[in-house]
Design a protein around this ligand. Structure first.
Ligand code: ATP
Ligand code: MG
Length: 563
């Protein structure tokens, strides 16, 4: 990422502005808001905005509102309103009594639109959308005044009331601010304040036939809620003069200020609700909570702890210049968080059967396994050892290269929490594939050390066949192969290997009993969590993240890791 734009942790230009506003007395408290449009699920980019807005309120002893910007009923749904609230809570933030909707203010906004008409600052325009667009001008040419611009106040009030009453079809008329068709800022060229839309609204039903534009609703909603610092992303910078114009020309109860910060972009990821909606609708993913999705619902299902999202957002900081963050940085934060807390378990993803020839048939014993190497308070558990085990298929090689220290014919390795075993023979099927290993164990090495001091170079994980539980394990990779996927052509760039489903995995029985919510580390594999599709008869695990960053290795040309 763009290093020079990253301020010291916890400090940024917005916090500097707030410090100055409090010191000068311009503000006596800090009130922020997070203003999602309920037209999709929240994603990692929104998490940056949530952590910033709610975080500022916490730090400065103020408050943060959750306000739904529900001014476009054709795209908005109750499902999204509910999901957004769940996800903000999941991230660890609470709006208390301050759950608001722009639609709560429709009556007030209407009255303020009338106020603008009465002061000669808004008019009803009968031009079509196309005509309005064509007469708006360009960056180098001024726009043209509408032929309806000089209507009388009475006529404007009458037409506006009839727009509200539903007398006219969609698109027949709009209410526009009367500012300046020659303004250097196109947003000030008589912007549309209201449009006719005969649509059912999730909250106001069929009460309204006109809906305010974002620009007319947002600043005034901020003012009604006494928001002090209205923080949004950079693409709204050019809208700020209009934000200010509305507030300066209306009898609003408070005077918020808008500040813009850089949106979050992450490599191999598209943070755009439009793209995410199309991924869902087009069936490219299983839903908004597909574990490959950068939605908060997807991250949650994937097993990413909210604390890791917050930590990541804290580390990337808040800046004014757009940049793209390496997804490896996010994965690093996830790994770090899970490493501290996740209990260790053993699971074999691609099982290869091992028969311990010198272990008596029908007998078994229990070994002690610690749950977390750095956290004794997690205690230990008993795991079974017996004549038949499963180990990871790629922990054996018939003809090992020089740096492969795991199992091979004649080679001795340590079983995690258990004994030393030596491979005596590889049994093959008709196709010549190794299907079973015949091994012997050294009873004197219980606990993992040889009394004669001999060493082994590798320790491998395993499960006992007698009580192993079969499971399905889903391994996820980046949803997009390209580091900077093109949002215009995203479908062609979906990583065909973004989901690998492993069936017939064998996991230790504790994994069938563990608390279904929690993350676990499968030793030597990564962090996993149980998928909500799991049933008592069918365990399904999602890989949250591997133990190492394999992409960074591929990128650096290192290839696969040795033992
Ligand atoms: P998208 O661009 O994904 O469609 P949006 O901006 O339309 O998102 P909103 O619901 O309007 O989505 O966003 C709510 C808030 O979240 C806004 O203040 C917006 O600026 C902020 N936000 C959206 N995307 C990002 C991002 N990638 N990084 C930081 N903040 C974001
Ligand atoms: Mg938006």
């Amino acid at each position: 990422m763009n290093d020079e734009s990253v301020p010291a942790a916890g400090r940024d230009f917005i916090r500097d502005i707030i410090d100055a506003d409090l010191a000068s007395g311009r503000n006596t408290s800090v009130v922020t808001r997070f203003p999602p449009e309920p037209n999709g699920y929240l994603h990692l980019g929104h998490a940056k905005s949530i952590c910033l807005n709610f975080g500022l309120a916490q730090e400065f002893g103020g408050r943060c509102h959750l306000r739904f910007d529900d001014t476009n009923p054709t795209k908005e749904e109750q499902e999204y309103i509910d999901a957004i609230q769940r996800d903000v809570h999941w991230l660890g933030f609470d709006w208390g009594t301050h759950l608001h909707y722009a639609s709560d203010y429709f009556e007030q906004l209407y009255a303020w639109a009338q106020h603008l008409i009465r002061s000669g600052k808004a008019y009803v325009d009968d031009q079509s959308q196309d005509e309005i667009r064509l007469t708006r001008g360009t960056l180098t040419e001024p726009g043209k005044n509408s032929p309806f611009r000089e209507r009388t106040v009475e006529e404007n009030l009458d037409l506006f009331a009839r727009m509200r009453a539903g007398e006219f079809p969609n698109g027949a008329r709009v209410l526009r601010a009367k500012i300046d068709m020659a303004s250097g800022n196109i947003n000030l060229r008589d912007p549309v304040l209201y449009r006719i839309l005969h649509a059912h609204h999730p909250r106001t039903g069929n009460a309204w036939n006109i809906y305010p534009s974002y620009d007319f609703a947002h600043g005034q909603s901020d003012a009604i809620e006494h928001i002090t610092h209205s923080i949004c992303t950079l693409e709204f910078e050019d809208h700020r003069p209009l934000y200010d114009w509305c507030l300066d020309n209306l009898p609003v109860p408070s005077r918020p200020r808008q500040y813009e910060f850089a949106r979050l972009n992450v490599t191999h990821t598209l943070l755009s609700k439009r793209v995410l909606t199309e991924l869902v609708r087009g069936g490219h993913v299983s839903g908004w909570d597909d574990p490959r999705m950068p939605t908060l619902a997807g991250l949650q299902r994937r097993g990413v702890p909210a604390a890791a999202v917050r930590e990541f957002v804290k580390r990337i900081g808040v800046a004014k210049a757009n940049s793209t963050v390496d997804i490896g940085m996010f994965e690093f934060a996830i790994r770090e968080t899970l490493n501290r807390t996740a209990p260790r378990r053993m699971a074999v993803l691609r099982p290869l059967k091992v028969v311990i020839e010198n272990y008596p048939d029908g007998q078994s014993e229990e070994l002690d396994a610690v749950n977390h190497p750095d956290d004794p308070s997690q205690g230990s558990r008993r795991i079974r050892f017996g004549r038949e085990l499963y180990i990871e298929g790629d922990d054996f090689m018939e003809n090992p290269p020089k740096k492969f220290f795991r199992l091979a014919p004649g080679r001795e390795v340590r079983l995690r929490y258990g004994y030393f075993i030596t491979c005596r023979e590889a049994v093959k099927n008709a196709a010549g594939e190794v299907v079973e290993l015949r091994c012997t164990y050294d009873p004197a090495t219980r606990g993992g050390n040889a009394p004669d001091g001999r060493k082994v170079k590798a320790t491998i994980h395993w499960v006992a066949a007698a009580d192993a539980v079969p499971a399905e394990v889903r391994i996820y990779d980046h949803l997009f192969t390209a580091p900077a996927p093109d949002a215009g052509n995203f479908a062609a760039q979906i990583n065909p290997q973004s989901l690998e489903t492993l069936v017939g995995c064998m996991v230790e029985p504790a994994l069938a009993k563990d608390n279904a919510e929690g993350a676990v580390q499968f030793e030597r594999q990564g962090y996993f969590c149980r998928d909500p599709e799991s049933t008592p008869g069918k365990l399904v695990f999602n890989r949250t993240v591997g133990l190492r960053d394999t992409w960074a290795k591929v990128a650096a040309g290192e290839g696969a890791a040795a033992s």
